[in-house]
Design a protein around this ligand. Structure first.
Ligand SMILES: Nc1ncnc2c1ncn2[C@@H]1O[C@H](COP(=O)(O)OP(=O)(O)OP(=O)(O)O)[C@@H](O)[C@H]1O
Length: 259
């Protein structure tokens, strides 16, 4: 569905090398997570996949088309994007934010409104209650739900998400992760999600692409990475969730014993 071939990106006339020689194939229907620490090149990669940033070299093919040769506006309307920090327009209502792409595509008002209500229900927000609210009148989790609804409005087959659950409390985060995973499956989407949270990537991804210093250092299913990190950096990343899982396992066992 998405292929990157020898993609590199530098800024400041070559002084900052953000992404180096990236080769990556995202399969149709796959949930792929780009994992790495701050500054490893994840956001730059995601923005290159929908043409927001042009690569310095290399090629990106989306659904069979080299994206440097397609109309950029049309391309971006075919790909849903959930931005880091959500990025809802504060002066627009929830419904207007969700209807952004359908409005740009010139959908008739009635169809647009039906779509907004359908999407709000999909992300578990009652349209009667939330349609006319301003983003400032929502909790962080509700705002993130609106961000997801907005990304899905134009019926994209591909969704790119940049740290979508990063700023949420753990309980809301867990709910939204599970809900989004269901949406991804039910709608047959291809999703690429950026995170620096190793546990999140292990729980959500079909495959994880680990980036370090602009390079893709490991690509594999969560179980494959756990069984064989294959790279010292990946082994180091896995230490924390492994330790936490062991401690939680011990506590759960102790809890059972105390009952
Ligand atoms: N427009 C830009 N101009 C100059 N340098 C940039 C620009 N965008 C990104 N960079 C640099 O490229 C590198 C990778 O940045 P990127 O935002 O892709 O990292 P990231 O892994 O997404 O980090 P984070 O998790 O903090 O968002 C960083 O060193 C960053 O400073």
């Amino acid at each position: 569905m998405i292929s990157a071939r020898a993609v590199s990106k530098s800024f400041d006339g070559g002084r900052t090398q953000s992404v180096l020689d990236l080769d990556l194939d995202v399969r149709p229907g796959e949930f792929l997570v780009l994992l790495g620490e701050s500054g490893s090149g994840k956001t730059t990669t995601l923005k290159m996949l929908n043409g927001l940033i042009p690569p310095s070299s290399g090629a990106i093919v989306v659904d069979g088309e080299d994206i440097s040769r397609v109309d950029q506006v049309r391309l971006r309307r075919r790909i849903g994007y959930v931005f880091q920090g959500i990025g809802l327009f504060p002066h627009l209502s929830v419904a207007e934010n969700v209807a952004l792409v359908p409005t740009l595509l010139g959908w008739p008002a009635e169809e647009r409104e039906q779509r907004v209500d359908e999407l709000l229900r999909l992300v578990h927000l009652d349209p009667e209650v939330y349609r006319d609210r301003a983003p400032s009148e929502l909790s962080g989790g509700q705002r993130q739900r609106v961000g997801i609804a907005r990304a899905l409005a134009g019926r994209p087959r591909i969704v790119l998400m940049d740290e979508p659950f990063g700023a949420l409390d753990p309980i809301t985060r867990d709910h939204l992760q599970i809900e989004y995973q269901k949406i991804h499956r039910d709608l047959g989407l291809t999703t690429v999600m950026v995170t620096h949270d190793i546990t999140e990537s292990l729980l959500l991804a079909d495959r994880i692409a680990v980036m370090n210093g602009g390079r893709l250092v490991r690509l594999g299913e969560p179980a494959e990475l756990i069984a064989e990190p294959g790279d010292p950096y990946v082994a180091q990343l896995l230490e924390t969730p492994r330790r936490q899982a062991e401690r939680l396992g011990d506590l759960l066992d102790a809890g059972k014993g105390a009952r």
